[in-house]
Design a protein around this ligand. Sequence first.
Ligand code: HEM
Length: 429
Amino acid sequence: MKPVWGGGLPVLGRLPEVARDPLGTFTAAAACGPVVDLGTTWDPVVGTSRVRLVTEPALVERLMLDIGRFDKDYRVLAPVMGEGLFTSAGSVWREQRRQLQPAFARAAHAGFAEAMRAATRARVATWERGGTVDLAAEMSALTLDIVLRALFGGEARELEHEVSEGLRGSVPLLDARIWLPSWPDRVPTPANLRLRRAVARLDGVVARIVAQRRDSEPRPDLLGLLLETHGDPDDPAQARAVRDQIVTFLLAGHETTASALTWTCWCLDQHPDTLARARDEARSATGDLPDDLPFLSACFQEGTRLYPPVWAFARTATGDTLLGDWDVARGDALFVSPWLLHRLQDQHPDPEAFAPDRFLRDASWHPFAYLPFGGGPRTCIGARFAALEGTIVLAHMLRHATPRFLGTPTVLPRLTLYPSGDTRVRWVG
Ligand code: HEM
């Protein structure tokens, strides 16, 4: 069967609409069928690609599990992330995952938790009761600090500004390239020049992280593993490999958790009884780990269901094939959207309700209907890290004070589900 045409312009289909309003257009297109044709785009590196949207959990499962037939093609992100774990494919990815997995093994969790506590305590100490802060900015700075401490053995301080400028300059441009045709990198359009400056900033951050480590004691963290694996800094290919992974983990491990934390706080703010229950649990428990705080941990899972930071991801068909009964051609980009899957009425009763208790019961949904961290072999390597971080940060925050929003944040779906608009909070008792 042919994917159902989702409507819109000839050739480009609904892609211009997706670029303007991705969540609304995805939601409308999903009503057309389980596999919807959203249109065709062109990228100087990837070439022509037909964009499909897959909305049924059973089809999503087949898509995500079979990485031989449906691999990643994220070359559009390569100008920033290079060929790191997020963007690599095939045997290069398999080898990278094998090398890096030990840095996220259970044995590393105690060290992660310690770094998360230290970073959160330092930031919490700057929040005064009665004072106001921009919560999205605070969460972004905090999660960056956590990644730097836990994976690279440093602290955010002077790197914070450079990383956020580097991201501000690159993410919107990469995002636009996903949906609409773009110019090759070598053409000096204003957008490409901005991207080059942003990448240079991120390269500067990487150089400082590596130089700091070379001047200090070796450590068995992710950076230690990278420098051990790619030992020769004078070999450009090895230096490049280290650079690509550092940028990858800075990006993948930072705005994602910041988004999840901000949105979870927003959900709690909108549900005072749930907020009171979460705060009571945080204040009466002695520990700060997910096992010590089941309800708070469920709040983070539920916040991440309603506001999945990675609201869409994609696989590309490596040959002409079938997905279930649906025809797929070589090069087709098949999009999956946790935003849609997490709102399926038959999978998550009363899907728009913030109801953390659903995570305290046995899961009644299809395993591929709750996918904040993706699924199959390419599941997020930092999923456990993020769950730990969500609980620890929320616990220490709520022990100190309660954030109450002064306005209403709005959802800005870029590479992550960015909290935009008014994200200021006042700290109350
Ligand atoms: C709430 C927080 C997070 C969310 C929602 C999230 C989500 C995701 C998703 C959906 C994917 C799969 C994308 C795809 O299949 O195309 C992914 C992959 C990845 N994530 Fe996360 N992530 C989070 C936190 C983190 C953290 C904390 C780190 C690192 C410390 C991290 C590092 C990565 C990396 C490196 C990959 C690529 C893995 C591979 O392909 O082998 N993420 N993440």
